[in-house]
Design a binder for this molecule. Structure first.
Ligand code: PLP
Length: 375
């Protein structure tokens, strides 16, 4: 909060919205359990508060990308099962995973050996086996999966809790590749069953899978983007009543009245058309407002109106052209992402203009921006 006071720019995270999203997604996917994916600091919204809110609303599991993220949750006192979504690559990381009761994902024989060594003679550790069914990022192919599963079974202190895969195009509802991946997944599961390997639960769905592919829901859905209230892709917009949890806001830090013909910011790339109030906003590209947002016609909300960004976005600040009629002064409320009055600027609007996806917009909000959690 201190930074939010000293520098009037912050990301407001609505935990009521997070809880709402968990509830509607859980209802949709039930009886599947809800695993809240809180990697990358909860997609930029704050892993610990989001994880707590998700668990309060019925999530039973958490997912992180790397061991350090799992440790941070444990150190905050969170006790729920935490799945590390990739195989820890270093023995030290595996040892920490054991120490903090994280559930590593495994998909190589070397990974199983590392896990067995890290566990030593301590109480059993849950692990999960990831099968690659066509995403080709990480995971075991069908033959390797059998070998890895056998090795896990033969390790007295490893317990194969889950079997899972990841979908490459679940956000394209018409793409037949998802059905092919699910077929491969089930055939891997059947083959393991014939080998006597039956995990407690299986899972495949990310947010898009949970929303658009009922056949992918299985026992657990792993939701990230939808947990935060954003659609996994424009093709899935509006299918579920999601509430965006993030508002990126600031207060005007400086105002000047400039005459027509004056030019602004680095490169003097914006020209004032008529006598206007030019407001400075204390957020820049180091905070995750992409420099290109000016070039593609970006705007902010002030006084319930859309106000264009007026010149090159700098590292720490940007300027906007409030024209001649808007009432604006130092301290005026500025919304860069989110709602103000009946206007809204969405992460999807940024993403479409910038040629990226809403995920990258959220993760891009810099560490210097204080997260203020509401509710
Ligand atoms: C990031 C991630 C998810 C969550 O994906 P969303 O599209 O944000 O729901 C699920 N599973 C794995 C393996 C991931 O890496």
């Amino acid at each position: 909060m201190r930074e939010a006071v000293l520098r009037p720019a912050w990301a407001e995270v609505d935990l009521h919205a997070v809880r709402h999203n968990v509830r509607v997604l859980s209802e949709l996917a039930q009886p599947a359990e809800f695993l809240a994916v809180v990697k990358a600091n909860g997609y930029g919204l704050g892993a610990v508060p989001v994880a707590r809110a998700a668990l309060e609303a019925g999530a039973t599991r958490l997912g992180v990308a790397v061991v350090d993220e799992g440790i941070a949750l444990r150190e905050a006192g969170i006790d729920a099962p935490i799945l590390v979504l990739s195989e820890p690559a270093l023995p030290e990381a595996m040892a920490e995973a054991v120490h903090h009761r994280l559930t590593p994902t495994l998909y190589t024989e070397a990974g199983v050996e590392m896990a067995a060594f890290a566990v030593g003679q301590r109480r059993p550790m849950n692990v999960e086996l990831k099968v690659d069914t066509g995403m080709h990022r990480v995971g075991a192919d069908a033959d390797t999966a059998v070998k890895v599963a056998r090795l896990i079974q033969d390790s007295p202190h490893l317990h194969l809790a889950g079997l899972w895969t990841h979908l490459a195009v679940a956000d394209e509802p018409e793409n037949p590749y998802t059905a092919l991946q699910l077929e491969r997944f089930e055939s891997a599961r059947d083959r393991l069953a014939r080998e006597g390997v039956v995990p407690e639960y299986v899972h495949a769905a990310n947010s898009a899978g949970a929303i658009a592919h009922p056949g992918a829901r299985y026992d657990v859905v792993r939701c990230g983007i939808a947990l935060y209230g954003y659609d996994p892709s424009p093709a899935l917009a509006g299918l579920v009543d999601l509430r965006p949890a993030l508002t990126l806001r600031a207060r005007v830090s400086h105002v000047q009245e400039l005459a027509a013909g004056e030019r602004l910011s680095y490169g003097l790339r914006y020209e004032v058309k008529e006598r206007s109030l030019i407001a400075t906003v204390p957020l820049g590209y180091a905070d995750g407002v992409p420099r290109r947002w000016f070039d593609v016609g970006g705007s902010v909300l002030i006084g319930g109106r859309r106000v264009p960004i007026a010149g090159t976005i700098t590292m720490d600040q940007l300027v906007v052209d409030c024209g001649s009629t808007l009432e604006v002064g130092v301290g005026s409320d500025v919304v860069l992402l989110g709602r103000q009055g009946d206007q809204e600027i969405t992460a999807d609007e940024w993403a479409a203009a910038l040629g990226t996806i809403n995920y990258e917009v959220l993760c891009g909000i810099g560490p210097r921006v204080t997260r203020v959690h509401i509710g």
